[in-house]
Design a protein around this ligand. Structure first.
Ligand code: HEC
Length: 412
């Protein structure tokens, strides 16, 4: 079990990094959008300055000026904002690999939706990430003459269609993580392939003493605006993963579409506030109405998953011999009996536990297949730690935990 422990802590460290990088990225993005919208025309300023703002923070005053295209001469020191975005994407992709690719049977594949093998699921994932960016990028390039709103509507339709497709291929969690990962990939690629390269062209022009073309700044601004409106939905998609009511109902695809609208509306409220000082109250009324609709959708129809008899007959992924071994182990019957006695009243398709409508976090422990595919989580929750059963409400004994450990070590 030593390796399991190192693995578990590495995952925590990776998540920590990912979250901190994302906070830095989104924080600086919020800051610059608000700064941009709040700029005032300067009374007297160097040539080329479009707007300025005074700010006070952390015991000092700041005086920031924005140049229309670029200053006349290249400044000696120039701070770039890019590693926040790159680190967020890289750590996010690493998490996708270790959680969703390595644990494909746990998180990515739902045989009730589509009986994929691990490699099919991973291949689809990579195609979604790459194709999502290519299609988005082409749409932006070809539609640059249309207004911002028209482009937004087309992008909304595109992303909703992808959401619909994903919920019909992957498990609920898998679909949500992928609509989130595709959006985040688009956002990071906007920084890496459009915003920063365009900025570099301007810098190169300045160094060469040429006058930079304002088109580069314009294109970068369009992408930066998209990133701004996508921030809130993308965060929702990632945290919704821990809430099966969002991810595991028949309407999850529609919830994805409505969340895109809700997130964009909230950003619109703050953008308007920062630009004009006006409070658009209708935005909150509309957002709240959408949220109520989402709550309603999530309760109808209930959880999509295999009926127990069918689940028992689902073929194991031939690549996953380890899972098969877990079921064939001599210790399996005793382990299954323990789990039925101590866990299944909550972790079943129709929980018997008073007041519980759905299996918590979508974790179902009923059939052999269920138990085998949740083996490593069972280890973490009930053997390595005593997190489950919560407060040991079902009175699990130390002997039973030791018995589960023997089964998991497979040395019975
Ligand atoms: C009284 C009801 C109840 C019982 C009994 C119970 N659980 Fe849970 N289980 C929960 C709840 C509630 C959660 C969700 C906790 C959360 O939201 O973080 C959960 C979550 C889990 C998770 C997912 C944890 C995660 O964060 O991924 C696993 C795995 C799990 N339980 C395994 C077990 C096992 C194994 C047993 C029996 C030894 C068991 N549970 C017994 C209520 C129960």
């Amino acid at each position: 079990m030593g390796l399991e422990i190192v693995w578990e802590w590495s995952m925590l460290a990776l998540r920590w990094l990912h979250l901190v990088a994302a906070i830095a990225w989104i924080g600086s993005s919020f800051y610059f959008i608000a700064l941009d919208l709040g700029l005032k025309k300067p009374k007297q300023a160097p040539p080329g300055v479009l707007g300025e703002e005074w700010q006070v923070h952390g015991g000092g005053f700041y005086h920031i000026q924005k140049y229309g295209v670029a200053p006349e001469h290249m400044p000696d020191d120039l701070v770039w904002f890019k590693w926040e975005a790159y680190t967020t994407w890289l750590s996010g992709f690493a998490l996708l690999c270790v959680m969703y690719y390595a644990g494909a049977h746990l998180y990515l594949i739902d045989p009730a939706v589509m009986p994929l093998s691990r490699w099919q699921a991973i291949l689809i994932s990579l195609v979604v990430l790459v194709a999502g960016w290519v299609v988005y990028d082409q749409l932006c390039k070809r539609l640059i003459t249309l207004g911002d709103t028209a482009v937004f509507i087309i992008l909304f339709i595109f992303m909703s269609l992808v959401g619909f497709a994903l919920t019909h291929v992957y498990s609920g969690r898998g679909a949500f993580i992928h609509i989130g990962a595709m959006t985040a990939t688009i956002m990071a690629a906007n920084v890496a392939h459009v915003i920063i390269p365009n900025q570099r062209v301007v810098v190169a022009d300045l160094i060469a003493g040429r006058k930079p073309d304002p088109i580069y700044g314009k294109i970068a601004k369009q992408r930066s605006l998209h990133n701004n409106y996508l921030t809130l939905p993308v965060i929702f998609f990632f945290i919704a993963n821990h809430y099966p009511l969002a991810t595991n109902t028949g309407w999850s695809w529609l919830i994805i579409a409505l969340v895109l609208v809700m997130g964009a509306l909230i950003r619109h409220f703050f953008n308007t506030l920062h630009a004009t000082g006006r409070h658009l109250l209708w935005v909150w009324v509309a957002t709240l109405a959408l949220f109520v609709v989402i709550i309603g959708l999530s309760t109808y129809p209930a959880v999509r998953s295999l009926p127990q008899e069918e689940a028992a007959g689902v073929p194991f992924d031939p690549l996953d011999g380890q899972m098969r071994e877990l079921v064939r182990s001599q210790e399996f019957d005793a382990a299954q009996a323990t789990i039925m006695a101590r866990c299944s009243m909550c972790h079943s398709r129709q929980p018997l536990w008073e007041g519980m409508a759905h299996p918590p976090l979508g974790v179902v422990l009923e059939s052999e297949f269920d138990i085998a595919r949740e083996a490593s989580r069972i280890a973490r929750q009930a053997v390595l730690s005593h997190a489950m059963p919560p407060g040991n409400v079902t009175g699990m004994t130390e002997d039973e935990r030791a018995q589960l450990a023997r089964w998991l070590r497979n040395d019975g």
